[in-house]
Design a protein around this ligand. Structure first.
Ligand SMILES: C[S@@+](CC[C@H](N)C(=O)[O-])C[C@H]1O[C@@H](n2cnc3c(N)ncnc32)[C@H](O)[C@@H]1O
Length: 242
């Protein structure tokens, strides 16, 4: 399957984002995601769509016994191995849809900003449920359905070029959205809130937290960040295997 993160230009632009340069402290959602992590001491952690491996390194630093980061982009995995290596961490080029999800293997499955690339998200929920140990934690952050629904995933602008409002359209039609991100065409997948939350509840999870994360006050000077207060972009969910 084509992964835009292996496109030279896109990969280069992604590398210029604050979160790519400075890691988790520069990610607008981190102040809300971090407190949702369970204790990872001596635990096993699977990261779906690990990118540069920031969350794998975090897990290792928290004392995790073993961490596996999966990503379908060869370039992202190369970068993870360079930036966030650790003796407890393994990185593997693998699609989220293709991983074998061994039964009762992991204490915690984490996924940050990758699940909106997955078409059949319910199938992944089933696989994650299978691979978690009893009472295991599934913690993810994906693009919010209000953000993904619209056709081009962009503001409607005033004549002066100011963002006027965010269009929410075709909300109840899940599936492919062709978007522009970092100057490239990127295909993402829209899922409704019902699909996401009921998909978890119908597949053996209990919900422990749902957070529509706003960036912190101290990041308001970062270009574009103020826009994040006008409509939700990040949907954080903590689910527990029943
Ligand atoms: C926005 S980045 C987030 C990376 C990392 N989780 C983070 O928060 O820093 C999205 C990542 O998902 C990966 N990805 C997209 N679709 C994927 C798929 N089907 N299987 C595995 N990885 C995928 C991309 O290659 C990219 O590294």
């Amino acid at each position: 399957m084509k992964n835009e993160y292996d496109n030279e230009k896109f990969f280069e632009e992604y590398g210029k984002m604050p979160r790519s340069r400075d890691g988790l402290s520069a990610a607008g959602e981190w102040h809300r995601l971090k407190p949702l992590f369970p204790s990872l001491r001596e635990k096993t952690v699977l990261d779906l769509g690990c990118g540069y491996g920031w969350h794998c390194a975090f897990a290792a630093k928290q004392g995790a016994a073993g961490v596996l980061g999966l990503d379908s982009s060869i370039k992202m995995i190369e970068e993870a191995k360079k930036r966030n290596a650790g003796k407890q961490i393994e990185y593997r080029v693998c699609e989220i849809e293709e991983y074998e999800y061994p039964e009762c293997m992991w204490d915690c499955v984490v996924s940050n900003l990758a699940l909106h690339y997955i078409e059949d998200i319910e199938k992944i929920f089933q696989m994650v449920h299978r691979t978690l140990k009893p009472k295991g934690v599934f913690l993810f952050n994906m693009e919010h359905p209000v953000f993904t629904a619209g056709v081009g995933q962009d503001w409607i602008y005033t004549e002066a070029g100011e963002p006027q409002y965010w269009p929410v359209d075709r909300y109840f039609i899940p599936g492919e959205r062709n978007t522009r991100f970092l100057g490239c065409s990127v295909v993402k997948q829209h899922h409704t809130l019902t699909q996401i939350l009921m998909g978890l509840l119908n597949n053996g999870f209990a919900l422990e937290a749902v957070v529509e994360a706003e960036p912190p006050e101290e990041m308001m000077d970062v270009p574009g960040m103020k826009d994040e207060l006008r409509r939700p972009m990040m949907l954080l969910v903590k689910a527990i295997k029943k």
